[in-house]
Design a protein around this ligand. Structure first.
Ligand SMILES: [Zn+2]
Length: 252
């Protein structure tokens, strides 16, 4: 048996198999793939509130027809990341002040429950993987790779939810976390960038390692309050204009 030839043949078969699989994946997964890429672009803060999402331009960019783009936009609208407008281009959602406050309030409740659960039940393997995630996150910020740092920061919150073993809570938190970058972009103030770049994540993992649920909940709550406090969610942004003055000025 010529082993070199057999090796060459099996390598050729493997390469061919990979190419076929890649082609199949490309056609079959395009809608899911486009959804995932746009979803990720929201998480990465590349899509900003109010940005127009033109069907034709997106269809061209992804090499698909407009029907596929429309289905993706409909799914993103269901997740409240996009707003569909009749006879006009869809836009990236701009959360209102009230909605932004509600998202943070909901996150505080859900994430406090998650870490309280975890403190009693976390496995050694889960703790270890959280520590690895934490190290990667800190390394990304330290080398100035903010985009990767932000991705890992969001992933930290989602990982806690997954390890807590309640799929409903994890799913719910996933939706809340996905909407947070739009809130940050809409209301970011000059003083900070509302990233999880302080030591709160490390302190949460430490508390979980000691099975100290009370401390984990306290740090998580303060962490989310801190992120919200860095935003400019002043009520003035929602108050209605003084119509009398407004029209008086226009008519005089
Ligand atoms: Zn965080």
């Amino acid at each position: 048996m010529n082993t070199a030839r057999a090796h060459r043949q099996s390598t050729a078969r493997r390469v061919e198999g990979r190419a076929v699989r890649a082609a199949v994946t490309r056609t079959a997964a395009s809608e899911a793939d486009i959804f995932a890429r746009m979803h990720q672009a929201v998480l990465d803060r590349r899509l900003e509130p109010g940005m127009k999402l033109k069907e034709v331009a997106l269809a061209d960019a992804f090499g698909v027809n407009r029907a596929v783009v429309r289905r993706v936009l409909a799914r993103l609208s269901y997740e409240r990341l996009v707003v569909l407008r009749p006879n006009r281009a869809a836009v990236v959602a701009s959360p209102s002040v009230q909605e932004s406050r509600d998202i943070f309030a909901a996150r505080r409740v859900v994430e406090a429950a998650i870490v309280a659960n975890l403190a009693n039940s976390i496995s050694r393997a889960a703790l270890k993987s959280l520590r690895v995630l934490l190290r990667d996150e800190q390394a990304a910020y330290a080398r100035g790779d903010t985009r990767r740092g932000l991705q890992l920061s969001l992933e930290f919150h989602r990982a806690l939810a997954r390890h807590a073993g309640n799929d409903v809570l994890a799913d719910f938190l996933g939706h809340l976390v996905a909407r947070t970058p739009l809130v940050v972009l809409a209301y970011r103030s000059g003083s900070g960038d509302s990233a999880c770049a302080d030591d709160a994540h490390a302190r949460i993992v430490e508390a979980l390692g000691r099975s100290d649920g009370e401390e984990a909940v306290a740090v998580m709550t303060a962490h989310l309050e801190h992120l919200e406090a860095q935003l400019d969610l002043a009520e003035k942004k929602t108050s209605a204009p003084d119509w009398a003055t407004l029209f008086a000025a226009a008519e005089s």
